[in-house]
Write a protein that binds this ligand. Sequence first.
Ligand SMILES: [Zn+2]
Ligand SMILES: [Zn+2]
Ligand SMILES: [Zn+2]
Length: 161
Amino acid sequence: MTQRSRRAATVEGRRPDRNQLRIRLRAKGLRWTPQRRLLLDVLDRLEGHVTGSELVDACRELDPGTTPSTVYRTLDVLEELGVVSHSHGHDGREEYHVRPRATHGHLVCDRCGTSWELAAGEADPLVVAVRQRRHFDVDVGHLTIVGRCATCAAQIAGDRA
Ligand SMILES: [Zn+2]
Ligand SMILES: [Zn+2]
Ligand SMILES: [Zn+2]
């Protein structure tokens, strides 16, 4: 498990191929608009998890005319195409990242806000137990477990001592 903050500079996923994307958008009857290209440029530059409003701000830096609804609609389309995926932070807010190579869930500390990737293998005991007992298929890529990280737990214990 690798530690990463929300803005961690690790390359999490492969970069989407623009030509492929253009073809897939066309196949869905959607146009390759300047706004869609702009959002992809922004996603290329940002790493880790970013909220929708952070993406709107970043787009506005490049094109002040960007409207939030355009950004959110485009995110929906890109998610349908498998380019981005969303997860949820400790406050439930949607966070986006470029589609990672491997499906992973997230651990989020509600004290310091740091998040960690939870590998599919680590989630297996829970996923298997839930499937067997409840006949419920867990979507690991959409799984966020909120709690307390080891550093914060140690600090809290230290404060009490
Ligand atoms: Zn969601
Ligand atoms: Zn913490
Ligand atoms: Zn992630």
